[in-house]
Write a protein that binds this ligand. Structure first.
Ligand code: LMR
Length: 398
């Protein structure tokens, strides 16, 4: 008997597959605008200096490789909650806590299974468009996945359409919101927009799940936490998935957390007991190294200051590359058409390029971006913006 006879092939991952295709391309003039990783002026994804120094400390001082608990490193959990919710947030006393997970993706999967097991019947609402993996994670947990509009065919944020759709969501359903640096579009909500979303969430008694994967890459570490802190202050219950992949440059160390805010200390304990149970069945206990690095940095004034400075440098570099690309496109008469690139925030830009134009860019110029037209602005190189703008102008003209 051939047990695998009925196993069919699925297409490769839309983002990781692109990373492999880029690596395999021998054209020295290729552009990597696919997977969301930061690159410096040399085209490298650096390990922040603060991370290197923390790792040196850990190497010296680490005394055991025994398991960490189901919720992970308690110091990591507490300093991450402070980073996300604000150091003086009263919820930190007894109504909020983190469960460490393998990256932000692990936090999303834990959350998905928690909803499926503990909140039966609740569906989840994702923005259209969203990070493609959101779709498959929640579907894999067996949840009903629906969408609310976010960016229309005109490649503009449509908050009115979003609110209109959310005001018809069944009571009690979960709504996933991107705290900042919306992936894939780069279009973020204003403070006023967030207030309006909050009003609908309250009116419909929805449970928000805020995905916070890019803290520090939008308008700044504190500014990017605006929505999370607003919702945490105004609502009794909230789920937050936090990632340390981008802001600490810890991508492959798989470092993140699911932060739960509950109405009472007792209910927080109940929820966390379920999370530990679910996590045990998924990955048992989380990987330790990345979280230990983050805890070491955030608990040390000097390392923290160094990291904040390095992160701000990354943020400003990406913002200036956005401006530079728009300027380079202006030389080809395309400033109007691509003006939105400068209004978007974070790593990604929904360029508005069609799948066919994206394919041509890849085939003819070795420019790699997602077929949706999402381009990673952090993969741009200042010295080659003109070359990229010229390639974009060619595929837009013919
Ligand atoms: C991305 O969207 O490119 C990043 O979040 C990396 C990933 O895991 O997909």
């Amino acid at each position: 008997m051939n047990h695998f006879q009925a196993v069919s092939r699925v297409p490769g991952d839309p983002i990781l597959g692109l990373m492999e295709a880029y690596r395999a391309d021998s054209n020295p003039a290729k552009f990597d605008l696919g997977v969301g990783v930061y690159k410096d002026a040399q085209g490298l994804t650096p390990i922040p200096r603060a991370v290197k120094l923390a790792e040196q400390q850990l190497l010296e001082n680490e005394t055991s490789k025994s398991y960490i608990g189901g919720h992970g490193d308690p110091l990591f959990g507490s300093v991450l909650c402070q980073l996300v919710l604000g150091v003086d947030n009263p919820l930190l006393a007894e109504r909020a806590a983190a469960t460490q997970t393998p990256g932000g993706t692990g936090a999303l999967r834990l959350c998905a299974d928690f909803i499926a097991h503990c909140l039966p019947g609740r569906g989840i609402w994702l923005s259209d468009p969203t990070w493609p993996i959101h779709e498959s994670i929640f579907a894999a947990a067996g949840l009903r996945v629906s969408h609310y509009p976010y960016v229309g065919a005109d490649n503009q944020l449509n908050v009115d359409a979003m609110l209109a759709a959310l005001s018809h969501v069944p009571k009690g359903d979960v709504v996933l919101l991107h705290a900042c640096c919306h992936n894939p579009t780069g279009f973020d909500l204003s403070a006023r927009d967030w207030q309006r979303v909050l009003a609908v969430v309250k009116a419909r008694e929805l449970l928000p799940l805020i995905d916070f994967a890019y803290q520090g890459f939008g308008d700044g570490l504190e500014q990017d936490a605006f929505a999370v802190r607003l919702f945490a202050a105004e609502l009794p219950e909230l789920l937050i998935t936090s990632s340390c992949s981008k802001n600490f440059g810890l991508y492959r160390e798989r470092t993140g957390a699911l932060i739960v805010c509950a109405a009472t200390a007792g209910k927080l304990h109940d929820v966390r007991s379920q999370l530990a149970f679910i996590a045990r069945n998924l990955w048992s206990t989380p990987p330790a190294h990345g979280a230990a690095v983050v805890a070491t940095i955030l608990a040390d004034d000097e390392l923290r200051a160094l990291w904040v400075n390095e992160l701000e440098g990354m943020r400003q570099r990406v913002a200036s590359l956005r401006g530079g690309l728009v300027e380079a496109l202006a030389a080809f008469g395309l400033s109007q058409r691509f003006a939105h690139i400068d209004q978007q925030r974070g790593m990604f830009s929904y360029t508005g390029l069609s799948p066919m134009q994206v394919q041509r860019l890849r085939d003819e110029y070795s420019v790699y971006m997602l077929s949706s037209g999402r381009a990673n602005m952090a993969g741009l190189e200042a010295s080659r913006l003109k070359q990229l703008a010229s390639a974009i102008a060619q595929v837009c003209a013919t």
